[in-house]
Design a binder for this molecule. Structure first.
Ligand code: URA
Length: 441
């Protein structure tokens, strides 16, 4: 294999053979190909793309670079849910215990905050003691025992993806549909799933803000899943404003617990329910949408979903008392309300500004080495389209200092725009994509 020749061919718009991609990816994972050559190839792919055969070869090679969860002997369906990333998106924190409490195994591998988006692992780690770096053996035992494990990608799991993803992040080559699809699906296939539900975010706060690209990434992942016997259903959901109210790690954990106790903001409940319905139907424990909704309502009303959360926290070394007493989660020392400056209609609540704002308050990473303050963030009650009066509370800022509160105010001045016009927001759940095609909802 002559790597400069492969880079040259991709640069000039040619197709690479699956065997070439395979050899290159495994050689890169082993350190036999340097970062600078892989970076050049990634940039060539950024401009010239990969066809389905090339994308499939990339995913297969990434899968081969590591081990997989061995869950096939489990007498339960195994369903995960994955989101392309958003702000205020705490649906995984709710769905993992909720769906596991309905008799579906949920091996859930999640990520950390990326760009302006929050990460499920950071949110879970706001629980004192909670450990996400489970070994594959630990995760297998935990899923067999309690039906769910919430874990991070480790060196055992698709290490080639881990290395390529870090390089993409450092070389501005993240936003490439076949690279995104192969990266996400390599991790999901390694979980030994019987089905996967994707939450593809739409709108200004999403990874791919164009509808055609969102549909294409959904189709690409559905094809990759089909090649491994893993049916995939994708919902396109709104990320033109934050989901729910809480944005920030511990604040989002509190809001997720609220939903598991039967409360929580309506938009968060609607999106979580839509995803949960797909998980229960793919998991074959429900046959109708109404039946699936009823199952989730019952799991919440009887407290089974909250008990499952306690079991997960306990199994992963965390303080399970937070499930009944969220006040035990870290709380920022300073809080202040943010109020409307004029009467009017909220025109927009910019998810990117809020997401980057959480990072600026210390609740996310600027560099991989940064430590995250789990307590800081915003609770934004304002939604696009609502009418507000001067002085009405639009949000609460949670900060570690008085300076943090001032910074929070300036972030919200930019993020929340009030005016006079009527406003159109994206529907919360707009499309359902399956191997059979696209349904507009
Ligand atoms: N999340 C991933 O795991 N991979 C990508 O490429 C993008 C988002």
């Amino acid at each position: 294999m002559i790597v400069p020749r492969l880079i040259e061919r991709k640069r000039d718009g040619e197709r690479l053979e699956p065997s070439e991609i395979h050899e290159l990816v495994l050689a890169y994972a082993d350190g036999r190909v340097p970062d600078y050559q892989m970076a050049a190839l990634l940039m060539a792919i950024y401009f010239n793309g990969l066809d389905r055969g090339e994308m499939n070869a990339l995913m297969e090679a990434m899968l081969e670079s590591g081990r997989r969860l061995d869950l096939a002997r489990l007498p339960l369906p195994r369903i995960d849910k994955h989101s392309t990333g958003g702000v205020g998106d705490k649906t995984s924190l709710i769905l993992a215990p909720l769906i596991a409490s309905c008799g579906v195994a949920v091996p859930m591998m999640s990520g950390r905050g990326l760009g302006h988006t929050g990460g499920t692992l950071d949110k879970l780690e706001s629980i004192p003691g909670f450990r996400t770096a489970l070994s594959l053996d630990e995760a297998e035992r935990q899923v067999a025992r309690i039906g769910c494990a919430m874990l991070s990608q480790t060196d055992e799991i698709v290490p080639a993806d881990r290395k390529i993803y870090a390089l993409r992040d450092a070389t501005a080559t993240v936003e490439v549909i076949p690279l995104i699809a192969a990266s996400i699906m390599s991790k999901k296939i390694s979980e030994s799933l019987t089905g996967l539900v994707l939450d593809i975010k739409r709108g200004s706060g999403s990874l791919l803000p164009d509808l055609e690209d969102e549909l294409e990434v959904a189709r690409a992942m559905i094809d990759l899943g089909a090649s491994h016997g893993c049916p995939v259903v994708a919902l396109l959901t709104a990320m033109d404003r934050p989901l729910g109210e809480a944005c920030g790690n511990a604040l989002e954990m509190v809001e997720a617990i609220d939903v598991l106790r039967g409360a929580g903001p309506p938009d968060l409940i609607e999106v979580t329910t839509a995803l949960g319905v797909e998980m229960l139907i793919l998991g074959t424990v429900a046959t109708t949408r109404d039946g699936a909704r009823e199952m989730m309502r019952d799991a919440i009303a009887t407290g089974r979903a909250l008990t499952k959360l306690e079991e997960i926290i306990d199994a992963q070394g965390g303080d399970a008392r937070v499930a009944r007493d969220p006040a035990r989660l870290p709380r920022a020392p300073h809080q202040a309300n943010y109020e409307a400056k004029t009467d009017g209609v909220v025109q927009s609540v910019d998810p990117r500004a809020i997401g980057y704002g959480v990072i600026a308050l210390g609740g996310g990473r600027r560099n991989m080495e940064d430590t995250v303050d789990p307590s800081v963030g915003f609770v934004v009650t304002a939604k696009p389209g609502i009418r507000v009066e001067k002085g009405q509370r639009l949000a609460t800022i949670h900060a570690r200092s008085k300076e943090g509160l001032a910074l929070g105010r300036s972030i919200l001045d930019e993020a929340i725009v009030t005016g006079d016009s009527a406003v159109g927001a994206l529907p919360l759940v707009s499309h359902r994509v399956t191997a059979r095609g696209v349904e507009e909802l």
